[in-house]
Design a protein around this ligand. Sequence first.
Ligand code: FES
Length: 360
Amino acid sequence: MAKTDFYPLTVSDIRKETNDCVSVAFEIPTDAQEHFDFIPGQYLTFKHTHESEELRRSYSICSAPHEGELRVAIKKVEGGIFSTFANEKLAAGDVLETMPPMGNFITEIDAANDKNYVAFAAGSGITPVISIIKTVLEEEPKSSFTLIYGNKEFQSIVFREEIEALKNKHLNRLQVVHVLSRERLESEINCGRIDAKKCDALCSTLLSIDTIDKAFICGPEAMIHAVKDYLMDKGMDKSNVKFELFTSSAPLSKKTTVKAQDIDDSDLCDVTVKVDDRTFDLKLAYEGMTILDAALSKGADLPYACKGGVCCTCKCKIVEGEVEMEVNYALEDEEVADGYVLSCQAHPKSKKVVVDFDVS
Ligand code: FES
């Protein structure tokens, strides 16, 4: 199976998690099993055609590997064509074109670990987090987890019952703090939003930063920045603070507004794109189309999903030249240092650029 390949997976079950969120499980044929093994925290990308337009969307896996099931959660977002389709029309027996699991929001699970993990999740940002929590509780018997989980109200808490059951099963190893923004609970700590002030309040009562080995943050950008900056200010090492952006709308590209006809030929760079042992040669401006869009327009079959720098489906390696990314919410610092970029955010910075999608 090539990196860009989608595999037709049949939906085996759909469960309504809240009023506007379903979880969807898939049958994995034996010959595809090896491609769909996953690490907790990863996501799947789906391809779907709506009114002759191809849509690609990524959703995090909410099951854990030991459960023997591949399941994602899909929250309906306002105006979201695919998420509305999944919540209202998708049924067991339907087939979805699916790319194998990807993503960096992962950690090394080891039965010998004796760690203290904390996760800050907001709304559907719980999806990859619950997969990680279930795996840690199952596979690292000496580790413990604290979940700080923000929602608007009690009814909108995704996986509420599952989290309750996990808490009851692992009384001494899982601590859960719900934070609700539109419902008043008795304790002040459970009201409001997850921000720096809330982190401060939590750290003076329930959490001790010195004892946290690893933190996971998943939700909207403002929350991620607030929590990440707080934890790092208090001394946590950047490498132990993992985050995944969950947003209902992809950030807009700043440079794609430059039209091809505005560009002088002398400003064009030579860009070579290698994928699945094929090569595409492009002429590209320093500003304007991204490398991904330019190569797609030339007929290259490249992996991508969000086109907003949020997932890392479009990751490739720069083997020659230099590029500049508009935003990067997905790649780790070490990956960038090793020459990896998000092609959906990449513009050439040197006269000649060669990128390779086959190196992972
Ligand atoms: S397609 Fe998601 S980061 Fe590029």
